[in-house]
Design a protein around this ligand. Structure first.
Ligand SMILES: [Zn+2]
Ligand SMILES: [Zn+2]
Length: 180
């Protein structure tokens, strides 16, 4: 599959090349080194994009819709959420004489480099998925999380720790009342 995402720029049509494709978990995982993998895993991504050329500059514009799986930030159960949106990616030819600090400046402006006659959409789309994923995932907006005392998942069960907390509060109220 991933070979089909290598675009031969020498045969790019004048009006641009429109591509629609879907990829899954293994494709996404292989795009990252082991120590650079994001905290979430990809279930599926659907991409619709158009690749155009203006002079030596290549534009990749499109939209993606993905489902990702990550631990809920409160209860630590696996949570599946949809992400997606539009993206624009600009690539210019890498020049050997370009100084390293100039390359960094260009990268900050969301411009990347290509070498030779091919661009590979795989790292471009994987980067977009990472950019569009939220920092923190919740299984539901009102996830009750884990009890900070015994660790029970409060979405599934209840524990006596919570009533202890309430009792403590009542005790404080009682003391205040006595003082008054
Ligand atoms: Zn949760
Ligand atoms: Zn508890």
């Amino acid at each position: 599959m991933s070979n089909s995402l290598k675009i031969n720029l020498t045969i790019l049509p004048e009006e641009g090349l429109r591509l629609t494709f879907s990829e899954g978990a293994a494709w996404f995982k292989e795009c990252f080194c082991e120590d650079e993998r994001p905290e979430f895993s990809l279930i599926k991504v659907d991409v619709n994009c158009i690749i155009t050329k203006s002079g030596d500059t290549i534009y990749v514009r499109g939209e993606l819709a993905a489902k990702i799986n990550q631990e809920c930030g409160r209860c630590l159960e696996p949570a599946t959420i949809p992400i997606g949106g539009d993206f624009v990616y600009t690539l210019v030819p890498a020049k050997v004489e370009v100084a390293k600090d100039l390359e960094l400046t260009a990268q900050e402006l969301e411009t990347s480099y290509y070498r030779g006659d091919f661009i590979d959409l795989t790292p471009i789309i994987c980067e977009q998925i990472v950019l569009q994923a939220p920092m923190r995932v919740l299984c539901t907006d009102d996830c009750k999380g884990l009890c900070p005392h015994c660790g029970i998942n409060l979405n599934i069960g209840s524990c006596v720790c919570r009533s202890d907390v309430i009792d403590d509060r009542l005790a404080v109220l009682k003391k205040v009342r006595i003082k008054n």
